[in-house]
Design a protein around this ligand. Structure first.
Ligand SMILES: [Fe+2]
Length: 184
């Protein structure tokens, strides 16, 4: 091998330790196990429905030993009737990922940089799509279509609280905090 070919070789990609690749892998893997999640799903007209996934079921789908972040992870199954959605929120000190198992969800992401107006993007996520999020990811997830949706959410470490926000004059303004197990 010549020196020039060495220099032309692609550089190895440096992946930040906080990028929750294990959470994303587990979320997608679980969406493929319809036999595990479909019997659990319920729909509620009054509010979004959710339930914790048995850690043993999650471990059977993806060995947590493969990803250190999964040791303290928590997995939720959520359903979304048409029109149901979240406030704009972060995930406290948790990172993680979510994947769509049924239907389509629309994710609005608000990225805030100091001394700049926030940047907002909106993406439709169909079955099989996965999104990962770090501690500073602020998003709003809604089922804007006419069919029910189901999604799998992996939080690592477990979700303790979420801050809620609104966008005001181009800036993110925190509107409150919701505590896991208390406020939802
Ligand atoms: Fe979220």
């Amino acid at each position: 091998m010549t020196g020039s070919s060495l220099s032309a070789a692609p550089r190895p990609v440096e992946v930040p330790a906080r990028r929750p690749s294990g959470a994303a892998a587990l979320a997608v893997a679980l969406t493929l196990r319809t036999d595990l999640w479909a019997p659990l799903v319920e729909y509620r007209e009054t509010e979004r429905w959710s339930t914790l996934v048995d850690p043993a079921d999650a471990a059977a789908v993806l060995d947590p030993a493969l990803h250190a972040e999964l040791a303290g992870a928590q997995v939720w199954l959520l359903s979304w009737l048409p029109g149901q959605g979240t406030d704009l929120h972060d995930h406290g000190t948790s990172a993680g990922a979510f994947a769509v198992a049924r239907g389509t969800l629309t994710e609005r992401v608000v990225a805030a940089r100091s001394r700049e107006a926030v940047r907002q993007t909106t993406t439709d996520l169909a079955v099989g799509r996965v999104r990962y999020f770090g501690e500073h990811h602020v998003h709003q997830v809604t089922n804007v279509l006419t069919e029910p949706a189901v999604s799998v959410h992996v939080y690592a470490p477990a979700l303790r609280w979420m801050n809620t926000y609104r966008v005001e004059d181009g800036a993110l303004v925190r509107t409150g905090t919701q505590r896991a197990g208390v406020d939802w």
